[in-house]
Design a protein around this ligand. Structure first.
Ligand SMILES: [Ca+2]
Ligand SMILES: [Ca+2]
Length: 386
């Protein structure tokens, strides 16, 4: 279920070791706790579209759209054999070229979308249990009436070490805050008035997809995201190389200090930073490490890499997270201002995260991509309509 829904408990889109709890009352047992006895993850492989040509699209076919960067097609080593289990095996992937947004989508850009469409994000609507798989017994769970308010997930700023509850695990330091949403990132009393150039947050996966469709773009596949993050460098830990702080400088917005109690903000930012504050990677993309997590198009399974197709992989046809098998998860990438080297180290090129599809959080955003064929269709449609 959706964290926010489970909400109504403590759910989060976080990647830590998820235990899911019941805010629903004593009849609901904890869901997760991954063990060796969990069923083997299924990794059905989505059939790939037939390519009209065996040659990869490498050259940029037309003028670069504003705010985007052309990522030439090619092959790269995706994943690593030296990371967490779901980051391997390292394997070669071939991708056709595409354009990618230089920056994470900002509050200013998202506001234009909302103004044009009247779109209401998931966090602004009454909670619904949309991320529970159809065959799950959790389908019958009811949301606690006292938690059945629009809202989203934020850090519990009052959390202290002694507050840790082993039954809640990582959810101990998160709070579902009624009234938190993209316009009010820290709760109803907060505002984005002076944060219009910061990345939009508290967007669910469907919210991100809706924005992309409005913009005539789509979410990147997980493979496209990692390929773009690596840029022209091969098999490095970070978008800029293997050293986290070259010359003692912070090149990304993450968490410094004693997580999740003390955030020293040595990089200058306690929460989000304006997009583009830190240097770009080798192909001109900003914040591919840190700032906010970024939704990808793919469903999440931990073992997809062992069976994924070599060319243009699009992810499995359904999700499976052994730690929360009843919940539909999508991939997130890049880490956030909440990522600490004491905990998630999600700001590495190969790091994978799984998020409940209909749950946003105060450190989760996205960026879009555009392919030559999408652009051709758009041009054809617009000329037809003239
Ligand atoms: Ca920071
Ligand atoms: Ca990011």
């Amino acid at each position: 279920m959706s964290i926010r829904h489970v909400a109504l408990a403590f759910v989060l889109t976080f990647s830590f070791g998820f235990l899911m709890f019941a805010a629903f009352g004593p009849t609901v047992a904890p869901v997760a706790d991954a063990t060796e006895s969990e069923p083997k993850p299924k990794t059905p492989v989505r059939s790939q579209p037939k390519s009209r040509s065996s040659r990869l699209i490498v050259e940029e076919p037309s003028e670069t759209p504003p705010g985007m960067v052309w990522i030439p097609g090619g092959e790269f080593v995706m994943g690593t054999n030296n990371g967490k289990p779901d980051e391997g095996p390292a394997h070669t992937v071939e991708l056709d070229g595409f354009w990618m947004d230089q920056y994470e989508v900002t509050n200013r850009e998202f506001a234009k979308f909302v103004e044009a469409t009247g779109y209401l994000t998931t966090s602004e609507r009454e909670p619904e249990l949309l991320s529970i798989k159809d065959d799950s017994p959790l389908k019958n769970v009811e949301i606690r009436p006292d938690m059945n308010l629009p809202g989203s997930v934020c850090l519990n700023t009052k959390f202290q070490t002694g507050d840790y509850d082993p039954k809640k695990g990582a959810y101990s330091w998160w709070s579902y805050i009624p009234g938190a949403n993209w316009r009010h990132p820290s709760g109803p009393d907060s505002s984005i008035e002076d944060r219009m150039d910061h990345p939009v947050v508290h967007v669910s996966w469907p919210d991100a997809v809706a924005y992309c469709e409005w913009a005539g773009k789509r979410l990147p596949t997980e493979a496209e995201w990692e390929y773009a993050a690596r840029g022209t460098l091969s098999e490095k830990i970070y978008p800029w190389g293997n050293e986290r702080n070259p010359d003692g400088k912070w090149l990304h917005n993450i968490w410094q200090g004693d997580f999740p109690i003390t955030n020293s903000a040595d990089d200058g930012f306690e929460s989000t930073a304006p997009v583009g504050t830190f240097p770009p990677n080798t192909v001109g993309l900003y914040d591919m490490s840190g700032n906010v997590w970024e939704w990808c198009a793919d469903f999440y399974t931990p073992n997809y890499y062992s069976r994924s197709p070599r060319r243009n992989p699009m992810g499995p046809i359904e999700s499976y997270d052994p730690q929360e098998p009843d919940i539909i998860k999508r991939v997130q990438r890049g880490g956030s201002f909440m990522c600490s080297d004491q905990y998630c180290i999600g700001y590495r090129n190969s790091a994978r995260m799984k998020g409940e599809a209909d749950t946003g959080a105060f450190h989760t955003g996205f960026r879009c991509v555009l392919t030559p064929s999408m652009r051709e269709r758009k041009v054809a449609l617009s000329s037809r309509d003239q």
